[in-house]
Write a protein that binds this ligand. Structure first.
Ligand code: IVH
Length: 672
């Protein structure tokens, strides 16, 4: 590569960019996978290197911009070329009929309508000049929004260069949202590092667009659908055709095959579309909160016109949220393993979407104050994309006389320490981490968990007993447990005691990076632990690293660096880590030589229970032989190693996508 001349470099950059954009478009817009992750990454890396060498040819809209990296400290305000309007809402058939009647009266004829899903995310306007992405702006107050281009460029379903002769000046509007599986995975990660969970996909999508570091945005895998095309040049008379053109230009538009759009010529057709999605919306991979009905003919749209706030040619039908009304009986407070305090509403049991709801998450003090909660209040509970329902409102007219306002606690409910809330943070914390029982138990729970030390034979209940009986008070104590002490506990027969002790013993072989994750440093999740292990090689090097050294590591920012230093500054932690070393845990990285290259470029997902090797060993074998372990089945999966009791949804997805399924034996043969 050193000897590439300018001209060749320019050509190579261009053709690589086109090729990568093409793969991106196929994968993220059309759902077609043509290359493996590995091949894709290699192409991208090659382009990155060439662009570094020849920055004069690196375009602002190169696919390398998709990974983010630009840091913005302020988002410039930008005035929209035309106001970004909202829609008027309706909740029943009569209002829809009335909308159609008025539109037809204004137009003076019968009309054709198009129905679309009402995506529950954040509105965005994206401007293109000569087919090139120029800027992406949030809705703001409708007149003026904020330029969030660097962040939006990381969203793979938003094209950076358009294809197939787009108009020279083009503005599109659409919705950016958090796919539910990605949202759940993000919250799982938050749980792993002991952070409070995000409340819902919509707010999290909106918060993500305003993050300063676009590399973080890139990792969150936001997605988009386009719903509006503005161009004077495009002489396309129907909205439905505009969507089709937009799809040819490279945008993600609703799928006709999946009935995500409907052309309707009567109110009955519209109502059919609404009923079709009423239940099915719960199976979509993203949240919608209704259906949008639009007059399809653009000229007629203009004839019918606008009110001050919304078009007269469109209306939203909002599905009723899955909500129920019940009584707030009390508020209790949970203490997480990092000391984060989460308030929980205890409710009079009520049936909601087929399950009985007794509790709802309240997130933090601000949330309680915003709702102005009083004990005895009639509250509305809703179920969204999360497992725990939330309180969305209070029926003030039903508030009992003399009801007492919910005041956030000032002391820890378990150890009575004074709680603290750092400036700019929403969460209260109990900082008595070494002695506060739920924090002690939570830390041990995390230590033994599957992704950390994976200690079989102990569960949360056993930990409760062991801590309550005073047999352990931190995770290092697990390694001093004695058989005779354990046998004295209720319900601990010889077999369970042996299991427990075997599990503890086996954990001494768990690799260093997982030990680093297991000790539970705030903000150090699985990925960060791996990066630290790879960089520093052993525990002492991590422990002695100063701030400057820590932040040189990929993915380690100020917050994580400070947290790592804070952890090791505490004497309590130093002695615990010393003890772990004495007991024989892995305190340094074992660089695994690649066993072979036979799985080079293949992404393999494992699922179910195996007999000859454990699931973790299987994963290590995949990586050790050059393959990549996939976390979920997608069109990028090359093989699924299928164990016993595999989940039916994963199985169905693999079958639908035509993924090759192999048994444990077949896999072992592949690498033999
Ligand atoms: S059309 C002038 N179509 O709902 C056209 N909006 O209050 C206005 N939305 O801010 C928008 N899905 O962010 C339209 N298929 C869809 C939509 C949609 C979601 C959002 C949009 C808008 C809000 C309306």
């Amino acid at each position: 590569m050193q000897n590439v001349d300018e001209k060749t470099a320019q050509q190579e950059i261009e053709s690589l960019s086109n090729l990568i954009s093409d793969y991106n478009h196929k994968y993220y817009v059309l759902n077609i996978s043509e290359v493996s992750d590995y091949e894709f990454d290699m192409l991208l890396e090659k382009l990155q290197k060439l662009e570094e060498q020849f920055p004069q040819f690196a375009s602002d809209n190169s696919p390398t911009k998709r990974v983010g990296g630009d840091v913005t400290d302020k988002f410039p305000k930008v005035k929209h070329a035309s106001r970004m309007l909202s829609l008027s809402n309706s909740y029943n058939k009569e209002e829809i009929s009335e909308f159609c009647r008025r539109a037809e009266e204004l137009a003076g004829r019968q009309l054709e309508y198009i129905c679309e899903l009402k995506y529950d995310g954040v509105a965005i306007s994206v401007v293109y000049e000569n087919g090139e992405f120029v800027r992406a702006v949030t809705r703001g107050d409708g007149e003026t929004g904020e330029d969030v281009s660097a962040n939006v460029k990381t969203i793979k379903s938003i094209p950076l260069k358009l294809r197939n002769n787009p108009p020279a000046h083009l503005e599109v509007r659409g919705e950016i949202f958090f796919p539910l599986d990605k949202f759940k995975a993000l919250n799982k990660e938050r749980e792993d590092i002991g952070e409070p969970l995000y409340a819902n996909p919509r707010n999290t999508a909106s918060g993500t667009l305003k993050l300063q570091d676009s590399a973080v945005v890139a990792k969150r895998s936001l997605d988009s659908y386009l719903y509006y095309v503005i161009s004077d040049e495009a002489d396309i008379a129907k909205h439905s055709d505009r969507l089709e053109y937009a799809s040819k230009w490279g945008f993600k538009t609703p799928s006709k095959e999946k009935n995500m759009v409907g052309i309707c010529s009567s109110i009955n057709d519209i109502m059919d579309f609404i009923s079709y999605w009423e239940d099915r919306r719960l199976d979509l991979p993203f949240e919608i909160d209704g259906i949008v009905i639009k007059v399809n003919d653009i000229n007629i749209q203009e004839e019918i016109g606008y009110t001050a706030k919304s078009p007269r040619w469109a209306i939203a039908y909002k599905y009723k949220a899955l909500a129920a009304s019940t009584i707030l009986e009390s508020v209790s407070y949970q203490v997480g393993r990092t000391g984060a305090i989460t308030p929980v509403a205890n409710l009079k049991p009520v049936l909601l979407a087929g399950t009985t709801v007794k509790r709802a998450s309240l997130h933090n003090q601000d949330q309680i104050e915003k709702l102005d909660l009083h004990i005895g209040d009639s509250v509305l509970v809703e179920k969204g994309g999360e497992i725990i329902p939330k309180i969305t409102g209070v029926e003030l007219d039903k508030r009992p006389m003399g009801a007492v306002k919910v005041e956030f606690i000032t002391r820890c409910p378990d150890c009575d320490s004074v709680l603290e809330r750092a400036e700019g943070e929403a969460q209260h914390f109990c900082n008595n981490d070494a002695f506060c029982p739920p924090q002690i138990k939570g830390k041990i729970d995390h230590f033994i968990s599957r992704k950390a030390m994976n200690i079989d034979g102990i569960g949360t209940e056993t930990i409760d007993v062991l801590v309550d009986k005073g047999l352990i008070s931190n995770y290092a104590d697990l390694y001093t447990l004695k058989k005779e002490d354990l046998l004295e506990l209720d319900r601990m027969a010889e077999k369970s005691v042996n299991n427990l002790l075997d599990g503890v013993e086996a954990s001494k072989q768990i690799p260093f990076e997982r030990v680093l994750f297991a000790i539970g440093i705030r903000y150090v999740g699985e990925t960060v632990a791996k990066k630290l292990a790879k960089h520093f090689k052993n525990m002492d090097a991590v422990r002695n690293a100063d701030f400057e050294t820590l932040i040189t590591v990929d993915e380690i920012g100020d917050k994580i660096a400070e947290s790592i230093m804070h952890y090791f500054q505490q004497e309590e932690h130093q002695s615990i880590v010393d003890r772990l070393r004495e007991y024989g845990l892995q305190m340094e990285i074992v660089e695994q030589a690649l066993q072979s290259n036979v799985l080079d470029g293949l992404t393999i997902v494992v699922s179910g229970v195996f007999h000859k090797v454990s699931r973790n060993e299987l994963k290590a074998l995949i990586e050790g032989n050059g393959g990549k372990v996939g976390s979920s089945v997608s069109s990028k999966t090359d093989y699924l190693v299928r164990g016993d009791n595999m989940g039916p949804s994963k199985l169905k997805k693999a079958e639908d996508l035509g993924i090759k399924m192999i048994t444990e034996d077949e896999f072992l043969e592949m690498i033999a």
